[in-house]
Design a protein around this ligand. Structure first.
Ligand code: PLP
Length: 376
């Protein structure tokens, strides 16, 4: 299989798997236990928390292990709302559903929401955030980079603005962790997810700035300093910290390789297949992402034909009730349904090779020609 869906998830790195293995079998004590078996895993957690904090650029007490990006987004939105009781939320229209749907959930409890659209390049400008903010705004969410387009957002400016207004700023860093520096100093909360940087699934971490007004969501245990009850998955946390450490240690090399693969593919698509358009800013994007619309095609049809030939990609379209809805991210950027429905996301990773990229291009070209021939 040629796997070009690395924004959805990545293959577990062998070294990370090795680091985790002892905590799946040998060291199985509950880190809360008062005996030696418990102390062993508690020490592993301590060390993983220290490593994670060091990379995040915060103190160990500001790191909370979670099950991933979805839980972190839920915790940020609902936790701040629970602590504040009432108010207004400013949410970028291109956030992950974990943030968007949490905000909608809080509407039921009287919270008001303003959604902020990006521009045609996929960027949510600080000025549009400033315009959306009201006297009673308590929370703002703008992600570090969008999961569909890979477009990098001006989080430093947004964070500084929110800090000046006393607004809790949550930055979903799921698509940039291990790739770009984490904007910890500019936000009040951020979330990362290990399976996006060659770590295990269902393993995430959240930074929450000391002194923030936020409630935890999961009651019933003193784990994570009483903020998130439930026995911590030691192996998953060890895996997260090992994957994070390795990703940042090799980031320059990996980013260069991945961007070269992506550009090799993207240039061929844009120059050799007519009627193709890159979605989102050309330069301000994570190295892995090429989101391309194909005139006269449905992204879903391209996905199916590529899948038949062993190439894995994704679209931003959502299937509901048997119909395919166009990508809401590309629609929010101001494009029509046709462009949004014809978008396909190709995301490259460190395990891809040039020959895979070239083969995927040939398969894609054939698929697009086939779809267009049927339609004409
Ligand atoms: N946020 C973003 C930007 C994502 O891309 C994803 C996953 O695709 C998530 C959150 C959810 O992360 P997880 O799969 O760890 O719940």
């Amino acid at each position: 299989m040629i796997y070009l869906d690395n924004a959805a998830t990545t293959r577990l790195d062998d070294e990370v798997a090795e680091a985790m293995a002892p905590y799946l079998k040998e060291y199985y004590g509950n880190p809360q236990s008062q005996h030696a078996a418990g102390r062993e895993t508690a020490n592993a957690l301590l060390s993983a928390r220290d490593k994670t904090a060091h990379i995040m650029g915060c103190s160990a007490e500001e790191v909370y292990f979670t099950s991933g990006g979805t839980e972190s987004g839920n915790t940020a939105v609902k936790g701040v709302c629970a602590a504040r009781g009432k108010g207004h939320l400013v949410i970028s229209a291109i956030e992950h559903p974990s943030v968007l749907e949490s905000a909608e959930f809080m509407r039921k409890f009287g919270f008001e929401i303003t959604y902020v659209n990006p521009d045609k390049q996929g960027i949510v400008g600080v000025q549009s955030i400033e315009k959306a903010v009201k006297d009673n705004t308590v929370f703002c969410a703008v992600m570090a980079a969008n999961n569909e387009t890979g477009v990098i957002q001006p989080v430093e400016e947004i964070g500084k603005f929110c800090r000046g207004r006393g607004i809790f700023y949550y930055c979903d860093c799921v698509q940039t962790a291990g790739v770009l520096p984490l904007p910890t100093q500019f936000c009040d909360g951020l979330g990362i997810s290990a399976h996006k940087f060659y770590g295990p699934k269902c393993s995430g971490a959240m930074y929450i700035r000391r002194g923030s007004k936020i409630e935890g969501l999961i009651s019933g245990g003193m784990q994570e300093r009483g903020f998130r009850g439930g026995t911590v998955n030691t192996a998953a946390v060890v895996g997260l910290s090992a994957a994070l450490e390795k990703a940042y240690a090799n980031a320059d090399k990996t980013n260069k390789k991945v961007a070269e693969l992506r550009d090799r593919f993207l240039n061929r698509v844009l120059f050799e297949i007519e009627g193709t358009h890159l979605n989102g800013d050309f330069a301000l994007r994570v190295p892995s992402n090429a989101n391309i619309s194909f005139d006269g095609c449905d992204g879903e049809n391209i996905l199916f034909l590529l899948d038949l030939k062993g190439v894995a990609v994704s679209t931003g379209s959502a299937c509901s009730a048997g119909a395919v809805a166009p990508s809401r991210v590309i629609t929010a950027m101001g494009y029509g349904a046709e462009r949004a429905k014809s978008a396909v996301r190709f995301t490259f990773g460190k395990y891809n090779s040039e020959s895979e990229v070239d083969r995927a291009f040939e398969i894609l070209k054939e698929a697009v020609e086939k779809i267009r021939a049927v339609k004409s």
